[in-house]
Structure formats: C-alpha cells, structure tokens
Design a binder for this molecule. Sequence first.
Ligand code: SAM
Ligand code: SF4
Length: 472
Amino acid sequence: MLDYVTDRVQDESRQGEVFAPGPETARSGKRFYIESYGCQMNFADSEIVASILGAEGYGATRNLDEADLVLINTCSIREKAEQTIRKRLGEFRRVKERNKGMLIGVLGCMAERLKSKFLEEEQLVDIVVGPDAYRSLPALVKEADSGQKAVNVLLSREETYGDIAPVRLDSNGITAFISIMRGCNNMCTFCVVPFTRGRERSRDSASILREARSLYQQGYREVTLLGQNVDSYYYVNEETDEIVTFAVLLEQVALIAPGLRVRFSTSHPKDITDEVLHVMARHENICKYIHLPVQSGSTRILQLMNRTYTREWYRSKVDRIREIIPGCGLSSDIIAGFCTETEEDHQETLEMMRYCGYDMSYMFFYSERPGTLAQRRYRDDVPEETKKRRLLEIVALQNELSLESNRKDIGKIFRVLIEGDSRRSDRDWMGRNSQNKVVVFPKEQLSLRPGDYVNVFIRDCTQATLLGEARA
Ligand code: SAM
Ligand code: SF4
C-alpha cells in the first residue's frame, strides 16, 4: 500500500509506457524506442520527439532489442521517480551489452537537473537532452554515433514546439493532449519544475487551434489543453494585436465543434478567473471538471510553500466554482509532511478535503528536491514515518470522499464519451462523463463505437467507477 501511494503521478497506468505510432516505417532503416515517465507534459513531449525523429527517417519500435536509439523521457518531481529511472537504466545496460551499437539517450526533467553529471554517473548513457532542446536531437545522435557523448540542456525563453505536429500515440484515437505552454514561473518552494522546465511561455494560439481542428478531423473527440499553470496562458497575436487569455483560448477551442470535448490541466487556484468559469458554464462541450491542487489546508504551510493563497481564499474559490458551475467535478494534489508541518496543520488539510469534497486527488508525501527553495531555506524535519502515516490518513479520507461522491450519482443520467473497452471486460464499454468520472456499461446490442456519445443511466458504483447502462 505504501509503495503505491509514495509516488502517484498524473496517470499511474501510463508510467513507462512505450511509444510506437502506427505501422513501423523506418525510411533510413534506423529505429527508436521511447519510454515516458512523469506528468502528461512528458507524454506530450515524447510525441514531439517522435515527430522530430520521424522527419529524420527514424521509425518507432516497441521492441527494445531491435532499437538503434533508446530514449527515456524522465521525471524529477520526487526522489522515487528518479529511482525508478535509475533502475530502468540498469535494465537497459543488459540490452546494450547484447547490442553494442545501440545509443541510449536521457530526455526530460532529470536530464535537465543532472546535465552532464548524468554521463559521469551512468556510463551507458550517450545523449542527455533537456526539455527545450529536442530540436537538436538529430544532431546529438550524429555526434554520439561518432563516438562522442552528446549533451544539450539549454533552456529557452521562446521554445514552444508550436510548429511541430506531434505524432500521436496510438492509444485510443479519441482523446489527445495539446501543449499550450511550457515552463513555470511560480516558484512553489517544494517544486523542481521551474528549474527543469524553465520560464513560462505560451504557444501561438493559431497553432493550438490548428492542432485541435486537425485532431477533430482525424476523429478525435476530446482534447486536453496542457500546461503547468494553464490559467496564466497569455499570447499576443503580433499581426492583429489580439490578446488571447486562457478564457479566450478555451472558448475558441470549444467553438471548433460541439462534438469536440475540451478539458484542461492544471489550474493554479490563484490564477483561475471568473471569466474562465463563465466560459466553462456557457459551453456544453467544455468539461465541467477542474483540477485545482490545494497542496495543504494550512495557511501557514501554504505560505511556506509560496502558494500565494490562504486556506480561506482557496475555500472561497471553491465556493465560486460551485456557484457558477453547479455539479462541477473537482480534484486536487495534496502533499503530506511538508517542512514543519504539525498535527494541527495536517488536520486542517483533512478538513479542507472534507469541505471541498474532492472527487479524486493525487496524494504524495513531501520529497525534498535538490536546488529547490525549500531545500535551501527549510529543514525537511517531519520524520518519514509521520509523513507516511499522514499520507495514509489523507488517502483513506479521499477514498471515502470518492465513494460518497460516486454514490450521489446513482440514479442520474450522464452523457458519456466512449473511449474503448473497459479494462476488465471487452463486453463492457469504458468512457468518461463531463466531470471526468470513469463510467463502465455493458455493450449489449446497441451499435456503439469508441468516439460515440451515449447517455448512460448510473445504477451502481465503486470508489473509482460509475456503473450503468446505456439509454437509447
Ligand atoms: N503545476 C501543477 C500544479 O501546480 O498543480 C503540477 C505540478 S507537479 C508536476 C504535480 C504535483 O506534484 C504537485 O501539484 C505537487 O502536489 C507534487 N509535488 C511537486 N513537488 C513535490 C515534492 N517535492 N514532493 C512531493 N510532491 C511534490
Ligand atoms: Fe511546480 Fe508550483 Fe509551478 Fe506547479 S505551479 S509546476 S507546483 S512551481
């Protein structure tokens, strides 16, 4: 149980996912293999890397043994995430012993954090590339091919990869991520992201709209606009002087087609505006779901974290969401055992969770990261046992809240977008409602397909899933 909660990331089931788009077509005969770890941004970045390598004639493979280039897109957010990568590199060593010509490249946040130190620490690594340097990957591969170790970890103030059409991971053909910005300016004291992903920059809105339109034309029915802090999206069109805020962008994407659902992640509580909430309320196809990480329920701890809001302020933001978008789904990220956290602070976090009635949370215990403000300013003084016990209490409460929230949905009818077969049985469909809850229902004789919308009557639930039946 503890292992499970120590390193929950955005999508547990996708960690280490191997990327291979469609039929394997290597023009130059060379093949790359890529595994991704960490947040959704990393998975979206792997699709950009695939596009860059594809243009060089590299084909993708899911078979590690036949790859000429093995890439691992890494995460640094917690120590456990880095340990997972180190372990995986150890496994790559054995493959490289069998295939001496194979190159191994480390991408992403851990590459950025450790830079050339990575090459010293992990002898088998040939290439180290930070998140803003993927365009240089083909040149780095050539350099490494000639026997030199190759590194590019330069961070950029401009790079958004806006002009690169990501090669989609062939997961379900229905839902896709669109990166709308990169980096983060927030400087939450516990967080390594501002150091590994650099300054915040917003991508050209026209290229975002083009990507969303093209996905819709290809049959995709849901896009998730991605960024570390989407509500601070801000782009000025130099030709028209049009100012595009997140509210404007969200509405423009929603207007592409009523059949295209729009989601977004992540919202920093300090930046989500009433304007965004009103846009959500106005458009049926903008999902009624907000991921609004609280991190802690104690104002004192929130201040130490530099989250720039108080407990009361966060609660009033949640009240406002409920007022403008009744029935909106709400989820959170919570950190247990941040520096100096007392039992009282912890109780305030539990109280906050009850007040907000989160449908779901990603829960972690605090992991000190080198170079962060917290590591430089505070002592990581909550004993590991206490952190873990508090985390278990948080998880137990969240389980109760999730079940309670799902039970309230019994007897309701939701519009569900079918994503594919349920994990448990190919006789059931799996989809999501607007609130982002997973809905499972029997296929029966209705001739439905992934990508279809269907009304589902909810007759039962578990803590994680709503169970229902399709209504014609
Ligand atoms: N930008 C998003 C935000 O502010 O909510 C998400 C950033 S991060 C990729 C995802 C989550 O990891 C954070 O919300 C936080 O709860 C958690 N996290 C970040 N640094 C951490 C640390 N040092 N220890 C434990 N959890 C951490
Ligand atoms: Fe990290 Fe805070 Fe930025 Fe999120 S908003 S990426 S937690 S610094």
